[in-house]
Design a binder for this molecule. Sequence first.
Ligand code: PLP
Length: 386
Amino acid sequence: MSERNPGFSTRAIHAGQEPDALTGAVVPPIHQVSTYKQDGVGGLRGGYEYSRSANPTRTALEECLAALEGGSRGFAFASGLAAEDTLLRAVTTPGSHAVIPNDAYGGTYRLFAKVTHPWGLDYSPTDLGDLDAVRAAIRPETSVVWIETPTNPLLSIADVAAIAELAHAVGAVVVVDNTFATPYLQSPLELGADVVVHSTTKYAGGHSDVVGGALVTSTNPVRDDLDERIAFHHNSMGAVAGPFDAWLVLRGLKTLAIRMERHCDNAERVVEMLQAHPRVGAVLYPGLASHPNHEVAAKQMRRFGGMVSFRLRGGVEEALTVCKRAELFILGESLGGVESLIEHPGQMTHASAAGSLLEVPNDLVRLSVGIEDGDDLLADLEQALS
Ligand code: PLP
């Protein structure tokens, strides 16, 4: 690439993706291979020896992700949760402590509550929108402050720069789950985070055809050994992205910018319609001036994304009915694909948080607003709510 600092879509389409040296293929090949010929013992061609350690298709994705997040290194995993687990083992030890959002994604909460807590990592679910609460939750032994912004499914917002300052004072690693915003809408590493986490299953892949995860590290992390420790755990724990999955995510990334603009356009129309609807009690969207942390969102996000949650005045029964009646909005888990999805977090994605601090309201419906024609999406919601 030339000396110019390439723009977001140029990086998405070209970073890590030089035309193939042998054939000139403009798309990186799917290197569906486990091992590589060595030219004499230790004579590796391009550093590849075994595909758990490194694979050229995965390398292309990792370089592209690092370029999009403005980071030092990218690491591609078999799922978002695999990325999270690997990161936690790389940066915490039994006996240390984590601060997590009190409305984290249910699977993230389950990982802390049921996997790493029994292993010895203490954790404090905290309202990250309240900096005094964050300050009070951080302890001398806090090794990680885990931010999700916007959160899944309540779309609350945390001030990444302010929290990073508090966390770095005790040497804690600041992690931002950037799955909802994507690097197109938010750059956590520029705001002071040390690591970005993605479920690439979502907007990065963008077509609901792959499960994957990623980490991208800062060029200026709070811990000097961060890249090295993550690289070691990536290989040692082995939850890596396979070549075809890496290729699918890389293909998805090429259109991330134009997809996100369209997701945002459609979400804004949906928000406007829901706000005016008599059956809807509250609309949760960081782009609304009425959102409790709208100003922080406006400061650190370029637009506000494609995820919209709302509460039904008629309670759980009405929430379930709307989910069932929707047609174009497909009733299903996950998010971030081109097609619109609807779900009931309390009984679907966040059922594992039931009875815990992280339980979500049962009158809540979550939408992943896709990139279909906006008029059709509005018509479907109108009929589902009628
Ligand atoms: N982070 C967020 C915000 C998510 O929504 C999800 C999954 O829904 C994950 C992480 C976990 O990712 P995966 O399902 O790819 O393991």
